[in-house]
Design a binder for this molecule. Structure first.
Ligand code: FPP
Ligand code: MG
Length: 298
């Protein structure tokens, strides 16, 4: 069986062990994503029983966090399909998330303690990251360090932990792989924030330039805000539905000030730093994953 299918199968086995028909039914409704974290784990640790189990644990935690996130964000779609909170209700999404991540933690207790610590500590960071994300949308955040700290915790921490845990499992240099995972997560989030501005709604599968309307001051907006002599117009547009003219004005200013190109540069710098750290590790595939990440257009 192809390795990612083995991971999906392992998730099903773990959920079957919970002895609950409804949980299995809900699991079937979850759309699987790109399984980025599993791909990293399998590339770093190889394909065997323990690495497949680690993948399943990490994917279950990730799925749980998205179930909760869709409740928090009041989102009715996930990966192009109706979310569990939309299909059922918030209560079901929260409870199924709880089942998935507690079962993942139960399985973690069978792993070496350094691996269990690495993953479980990342889940605390992930949860703090989500709280920071929500809090940062209360008012215009112009603090770049707060943005960076938030995206590290919300998106970087679990990818970092997955790569680090896989390196521990394979007796590889855990710090190098942790840095790779962290930077991959940061670059992923930055590219996501950039595509929100540069891509159209059809490509994104959601309205374009939605982040700012939703209160998210992402990296291109942070750099633009820093560089604008008169910041009042940008600040006045914050959290408001944008007219075509307003959206065009923001984009034009982002191009004029270099805010957009410097955001792309920042994501690439993080990616290249990770590639440099891995250069002696014989990790061509990981380098290709990073290159695809910083050059992706959707
Ligand atoms: C998606 O962000 C959300 C996350 C990456 C993390 C969410 C974390 C929690 C809800 C903490 C709880 C954790 C567990 C294990 C229950 P987004 O809303 O920016 O992205 P989206 O567009 O994919 O929704
Ligand atoms: Mg969300």
């Amino acid at each position: 069986m192809e390795a990612l299918n083995q991971v999906k199968n392992q998730i099903k086995i773990f959920v079957q062990e919970c002895n609950d028909a409804k949980s299995l039914q809900l699991l079937d409704l979850l759309a699987t994503g790109k399984m980025l974290r599993s791909k990293l784990i399998l590339k770093i640790a190889g394909i065997h029983e323990d690495s497949i189990k680690l993948c399943a644990i990490v994917e279950m935690i990730h799925a749980a966090s998205l179930l909760h996130d869709d409740v928090i964000d009041e989102s009715d779609t996930r990966r192009g399909q109706p979310s569990v909170n939309a299909l059922f209700d918030n209560k079901t999404a929260i409870m199924f998330g709880d089942i998935l991540y507690s079962k993942a933690f139960t399985q973690l207790t069978f792993m070496p303690s350094e691996i269990a610590y690495t993953i479980s500590n990342a889940v605390t960071l992930l949860s703090i990251g989500e709280m920071l994300d929500v809090d940062l949308t209360a008012e215009f955040n112009s603090d770049y360090d707060k943005y960076l700290d938030m995206i590290y915790k919300k998106t970087g921490s679990l990818i970092e932990a997955a790569a680090k845990a896989a390196a521990i499992m394979a007796n590889k240099d855990k710090d190098k792989y942790a840095l790779y995972g962290k930077n991959l997560g940061l670059a992923f989030q930055m590219v996501d924030d950039i595509l929100d501005i540069t891509q159209d709604s059809a490509t994104l599968g959601k309205p374009a330039m939605l982040d700012f309307v939703e209160g998210k001051v992402t990296i291109p907006y942070l750099l633009l805000h820093e560089r604008l002599e008169d910041k009042t117009r940008l600040e006045a547009l914050y959290k408001k539905p944008l007219t075509q003219e307003e959206a065009a004005w923001i984009k034009k200013q982002m191009n004029l000030t270099g805010a957009l190109s410097d955001s792309i540069l920042q994501a690439k710098t993080l990616g290249n730093e990770a590639i440099a750290v891995l250069k002696d590790e014989n990790s061509t595939d990981l380098i290709l994953i990073m290159k695809a990440m910083i050059e992706r257009e959707f």
